[in-house]
Design a protein around this ligand. Structure first.
Ligand code: OAD
Length: 262
């Protein structure tokens, strides 16, 4: 791990009151969940290769795909939901929950902006989580918008039907944000506020190519925040942050915490 960058990042965090963190699929990779992109690690088995290398997002993650083939789309999301339920939070999730408590004990706070739909941050104990891309754990009636949290057991009907609308005529869809859809307004507002108010902004395990999330770190920098990236691979923001730490989140986050406590 690059010692100088991580030491400097820890120093910045030590002086911070308000911290914002943006996480992406890489934060859950060490929990065994596949990322969407990334050069890929040749040591990984094929069932851990990046999702968008095996699947086409246009046929699975758009409103048009759902309209054209709701059975295929909902089966795919259900396969991923079951995978998320079987996964456990890792040291990065746990470390971010600990950092939130540490900052709160000092009168500050942490806003965790996540692009992940897996709910692992909440399961690790993070409280102030903003789900920018929704969650796969909740499904929504396409007719009335009512939200429901399906039981952990695998669903049996594809596409699943809504229990709330008459004669189960309406379909259920995962409460995630698809390509071509707007992010939830309250999540966008919370992200803008966090990027404006934070002293330090950390971008962890994201390829930083999907907007608007990829822009938050630059907005925070423009507002005077110190910026940190944690990712084993370079990304479009690596040269634009104050410290780019080329390491796995499950190693770098606990190391940062240990340095903070020294
Ligand atoms: P990506 O799959 O695009 O990027 C994952 C990043 O995690 C890559 O840059 C990897 O190098 C990095 N990574 C891999 N293992 C890591 C580890 N152990 N620790 C830290 N980083 C690691 O995932 P996102 O940036 O989250 O949207 O993708 C953004 C959005 O694109 C997703 O929310 C999803 C996707 O299409 C929708 O489905 C709408």
């Amino acid at each position: 791990m690059p010692h100088d960058a991580i030491q400097a990042a820890a120093n910045a965090l030590r002086g911070a009151r308000r911290v914002a963190v943006l996480t992406g699929a890489g934060v859950s990779a060490e929990s065994g969940l596949r990322t969407f992109r990334g050069a890929g690690n040749p040591d990984l088995p094929p069932d851990m290769h990046a999702l968008w290398k095996e699947f086409d997002p246009q046929t699975l993650a758009t409103p048009e795909a759902f309209a054209a083939n709701p059975e295929m789309v909902t089966r795919w999301y259900e396969w991923r939901r079951i995978g998320c339920l079987a996964a456990a939070p890792n040291a990065a999730h746990a470390g971010l929950a600990t950092l939130e408590r540490l900052l709160e004990s000092r009168g500050g706070g942490l806003t965790l902006l996540t692009q992940n739909v897996d709910r692992l941050h909440q399961r690790a104990g993070s409280r102030h989580v903003v789900e920018l891309h929704g969650t796969i754990m909740v499904w929504r009636c396409t007719r009335c918008g009512a939200r429901t949290e399906p039981a952990p057991e695998p669903m049996r009907e594809f596409p699943p039907r809504s229990a709330c609308c008459e004669q189960r005529a309406a379909l259920l869809r995962p409460d995630v944000v698809w390509f071509g859809e707007m992010l939830p307004e309250d999540a966008l507002r919370a992200a803008a506020r966090a990027a404006e108010e934070c002293d330090v902004f950390m971008s962890i395990g994201t390829s930083s190519v999907v907007y608007p999330a990829a822009a938050f770190v630059l907005q925070a920098a423009a507002n005077g925040a110190k910026t940190i990236e944690i990712n084993p691979e370079p990304t479009p923001i690596s040269g634009r942050v104050d410290w780019s730490i080329r390491a796995k989140a499950g190693e770098a986050v606990p190391r940062l915490l240990a340095l903070l406590r020294d």
